[in-house]
Write a protein that binds this ligand. Structure first.
Ligand SMILES: *Cc1c(COP(=O)(O)O)cnc(C)c1O
Length: 349
């Protein structure tokens, strides 16, 4: 059940499982609301995202990373936090943060919009690109399955249509089926995680590029949440295709508490998305600490990811020696493991 940020959200979202935690869904407050008919019908089928509660020395279910920071680095972050002007609103333009994230991504600041995690950027995209195409009655979002569930969940709570194309037998993009779905459903947005969550692999570059080229009026969001653990990135696709954007985050490299994610996209699109973004979306603490972490402390961040990559290889090798265990090669900070016994039993164990 590693890579299970996907798993737990999927489970939480799945109607099939509702009966298993009845208390979660049938609270005594769920009496007939006088305005119930105004609620989106999709809400009746969804559940809030509820991560496994409790405190553990190691958590495997959220794809977090161990802290990369030394005591000195932590002291520096504490000093920066102590200097924050708590009486002021944060910088609405996110100027310093955008510069730092742009430099980290190798692009210009005008191509960057930052949010409360990439989760918020997903919602900003869905809100901004929500006009149904001519001849259709709802905006359509295309993605793969299995993948990160927030694309589908955030689209569904907005009443948007979600089409999911299964990955092929090697967990790669099924180009034929994906391009056919692009033609048939003409989505406004296509979300593709690469490396993918929960499978951990990169999508084949040529397949991805041909899909992007096949639908120039669909915005492709390539979710690179795990790119720091990957042998290559997809920046060239962003540079070559006006309809390709990259989604990135600090959450998976030891900074999940800050909730900082960003999109690299055409500056014209960024300007429009900025009208949807709430002006004070990112707290000053997150902005300042993210800037310091990604500039002054960048070397410690890099050492942290290198350590995780080394451990990933060691763990994958050892796990694959266990009978009945199949490990998919990972370009992320988690492993996608097939096993003969039920995942539930192994997780509980
Ligand atoms: C974890 C994850 C995210 C969410 O990132 P936040 O920046 O923490 O909101 C986005 N995409 C994928 C594929 C993820 O696994």
């Amino acid at each position: 059940r590693t890579g299970a940020r996907h798993g737990s959200r999927f489970r939480a979202a799945s109607r099939r499982c509702r009966g298993r935690w009845p208390g979660l869904h049938r609270s005594r407050f769920m009496v007939a609301l006088p305005f119930a008919e105004l609620l989106r019908p999709e809400l009746g089928e969804l559940s809030p995202y509820s991560p496994h509660a409790g405190s553990y020395p190691v958590r495997l279910d959220a794809n977090e990373a161990p802290t990369p920071f030394s005591a000195t680095a932590r002291a520096r972050l504490a000093a920066v936090a102590a200097e924050v002007a708590f009486e002021r609103y944060p910088d609405a333009a996110l100027a310093e943060l955008r510069r730092a994230l742009a430099a980290r991504s190798g692009v210009e600041p005008e191509a960057v919009i930052a949010g409360v995690g990439s989760d918020e950027i997903i919602t900003v995209l869905l809100t901004a690109l929500s006009t149904p195409r001519r001849g259709t009655d709802a905006p359509t979002v295309l993605t793969t399955t299995p993948t990160f569930v927030m694309y589908a969940m955030s689209a569904r709570v907005r009443g948007q249509r979600v089409i999911e194309v299964p990955l092929d037998e090697r967990w790669d993009l099924d180009e034929t089926a994906f391009v056919a779905a692009l033609r048939e459903h003409r989505p406004g947005l296509a979300f593709i995680a690469s490396p993918n969550n929960p499978t951990g692999n990169l999508m084949d570059r040529a397949r991805l590029e041909r899909a992007i080229a096949a639908a120039p009026d669909t915005l492709f969001v390539i979710d690179e949440a795990y790119i720091d653990y990957s042998a290559r990135n997809q920046l060239d696709l962003y540079r070559r295709y006006g309809n390709a954007a990259l989604l990135r985050t600090l959450s998976k490299i030891g900074l999940a508490a800050l909730r900082v994610g960003w999109l690299v996209a055409h500056p014209d699109l960024v300007r429009e998305l900025d009208k949807v973004r709430l002006p004070y979306n990112l707290p000053t603490l997150s902005q300042r600490l993210a800037v310091v972490a990604t500039t002054e402390l960048a070397e410690e961040l890099a050492l942290g990811t290198a350590r995780v990559i080394a451990e990933r290889e060691r763990l994958a090798e050892r796990l694959s020696r266990l009978p009945g265990v199949e490990v998919t090669p990972s370009q992320a900070n988690f492993l996608w493991v097939g096993c003969e016994r039920s995942a539930e039993a192994i997780f509980d164990g």
